[in-house]
Design a protein around this ligand. Structure first.
Ligand code: ATP
Ligand code: MG
Length: 317
């Protein structure tokens, strides 16, 4: 029953699947001498690796997702052999500061669980306090139930979940928590609930209902990114849009990220989103510059220069 929780500290499964970065399944196969049917059966795992590979860092999360894959797969095999198969809810808690990739990962997990037949639809319903909490007695339970209904077959992702517990005893947020707790038990194999929020607030949130802690067997921590990681995230974003940074632009962004990271409070610095906003702004500035210069050769069209970067304000949103 509590197997997946243990998996986190249990090296056995991870030794096989936690192949070093980007080691393909084929490589694993060669070294492990697993029968030829392995790759076809594990196409989902290969796709998972590719999808996760597009994310910078997050090693712990990547490892855990692969372990969950292995666990589900092995359980099916056990079932087929008439052995006990662990049935464990896969509800999760994501703790981390703004822009650390929580929504992005929730979306990927939805897709992966669809491929693994854990979810029938794999869609993501993003919700926040106002989507759950109503205005009169009974309204909240109804709203919460409706939301869960929409999420069936997929993921219900509740951002800033701790805000449900903010109002104290008389607040309807408590009713939303109770309804969630009830349904995550009754319908535990029909949808996955992911609660997300800042670490400290989420710790406090867990104390509000005695049943909460044990119902979230999977807890992921999303650490703030280093400047190097933020630069890598930025480069991947630009690469996807077919832009490059000039040397000066790269240096300027790097210096700015150092300053932003240290001068803004951890909750105000929005990590990956901050980088995205800076770059999107610079793309618009580059377009304006090219228009003024009336210069459209391939290299100009590709390159973001240092004077396209403006860090004045509005980047942290
Ligand atoms: N590890 C990563 N690799 C590549 N891009 C990333 C990574 N983490 C975040 N990003 C990018 O940063 C942006 C913000 O990410 P996301 O919206 O998932 O963060 P979040 O944790 O949900 O933020 P919030 O708590 O404010 O809702 C997105 O554009 C996402 O693509
Ligand atoms: Mg988010």
């Amino acid at each position: 029953m509590d197997q997946p929780m243990r998996m986190k500290n249990n090296g056995q499964i991870s030794i096989v699947l936690n192949s070093q970065k980007r080691t393909s399944i084929r490589d694993t196969l060669r070294t492990e001498a697993i029968p030829q049917t392995f790759p076809l059966e594990h196409m989902a795992l290969k796709e998972i690796e590719e999808e996760l590979g597009s994310l910078v860092g997050m090693e712990e999360m990547k490892k855990m997702v692969k372990e969950i894959y292995a666990w589900i797969y092995v359980n099916k095999k056990r079932e087929a052999m008439g052995l006990k198969a662990g049935k464990q809810a896969l509800h999760m808690m994501f703790k981390g500061n703004p822009g650390t990739g929580k929504t992005t990962v929730a979306r990927i997990i939805g897709k992966l669980f669809l491929k693994m037949n854990v979810l029938s639809k794999g869609h993501l319903i993003e919700a926040e306090r106002a989507d759950l909490v109503g205005e009169y007695i009974g309204h909240t339970a109804q709203k919460t139930r409706d939301l869960i209904k929409k999420a069936l077959g997929g993921i219900l992702f509740i951002d800033e979940a701790y805000s449900l517990g903010r109002g104290g005893e008389k607040d309807f947020g408590k009713e939303a928590i109770d309804t969630l707790v009830k349904h995550m038990e009754d319908k535990q194999h029909d949808f996955i609930l992911i609660l997300a929020g800042y670490s400290r607030e989420m710790e406090h949130f867990l104390t509000l209902n005695p049943g909460l802690q044990s119902r979230f067997p999977l807890v992921f921590h999303f650490p703030d990114y280093s400047v190097d990681q933020l630069m890598e995230i930025g480069k991947r974003m630009l690469d996807e849009k077919e832009y490059i940074l000039s040397h000066d632009a790269e240096r300027k962004i790097r210096e700015h990220l150092h300053i932003a990271k240290t001068s803004l409070s951890p909750m105000a610095f929005s990590n990956g989103r901050y980088v995205r906003n800076v770059l999107e702004k610079s793309i618009r500035a580059q377009a304006m510059r090219l228009l003024m210069e009336n210069c459209y050769n391939r290299h100009d069209l590709l390159t973001i220069r240092s004077n396209d970067l403006n860090f004045s304000k509005g980047n942290s949103e």
